[in-house]
Design a protein around this ligand. Structure first.
Ligand SMILES: O=C(CO)[C@H](O)[C@H](O)COP(=O)(O)O
Length: 212
């Protein structure tokens, strides 16, 4: 079985600080994620900058698209995004739009299950329209209320769709193995890396644990 990939979430609003953090962390992770607040604040110019600077990393743009999937996602795939996210609570036509434009560019669409009430039903529906990655995601506000992604991960892994499963929501060194062993193929860490005293070391530790 393929080793899981590790993704670092860049969640700062500051353009230069984001590029600097990416420079520190990029050698230690597979995927650089431009987080939702970051892409909203900085726009596609940041993607273009990171794409040019980091040819060896995949880049995920966390658009969390809710409508007009094809139209909203296309410029980001065109500018070099490898993965773009769409909300699982969206209309299936929106999700299919992101899948279709991802396929046009030979890239991937990730469906984010944040706040989706009927997760099993949605996972089956988006698998049927060709989604590439399912994002099991406990958001920052949900984490603040004490939630974790583990129950949702067990449910999604148990569906055996064959799709890649990305897991985000407060993942840290102490929980990386639990996430991988429960079926994650992409492990996402934000605060555990950018909040560490040594972000490069934290990223390297998480990657080593994920691949152990
Ligand atoms: O998408 C996000 C919030 O909506 C975050 O980028 C994601 O949750 C990863 O960050 P952390 O590891 O700090 O939870």
């Amino acid at each position: 079985m393929a080793k899981p990939l590790v993704q670092m979430a860049l969640d700062s609003l500051d353009f230069d600080a984001t590029v600097a953090l990416a420079t520190t962390v990029a050698p230690h992770v597979d995927i650089l994620e431009i987080g939702t607040p970051c892409i909203k604040h900085n726009g596609i110019k940041l993607l273009e900058t990171l794409r040019a600077k980091f040819p060896n990393n995949k880049i995920l743009v966390d658009l969390k698209t809710a409508d007009a999937g094809y139209y909203e996602a296309e410029p980001f795939f065109k500018a070099g995004a490898d993965i773009v996210t769409v909300l699982g609570i969206s209309d299936i036509g929106t999700i299919k739009g992101v899948v279709d434009v991802a396929n046009k560019y030979g890239k991937e669409a990730q469906v984010d299950l944040i706040n989706v009430p009927n997760k099993a039903e949605v996972v089956k529906a988006v698998a049927a329209v060709g989604a590439h990655i399912i994002g099991v995601h406990t958001g920052l506000d949900q984490q603040a209320a004490g939630q974790t992604p583990f129950t949702d991960l067990a449910l999604v892994a148990g569906l055996n769709t064959g799709l890649k499963i990305s897991v985000a929501g407060g993942v840290k060194p102490a929980t990386v193995r639990q996430v991988v062993d429960a079926g994650a193929t992409i492990v996402v860490a934000g605060a555990a890396i950018y909040g560490a005293a040594d972000p490069a070391a934290a990223a390297a530790e998480i990657t080593a644990l994920a691949r152990a």
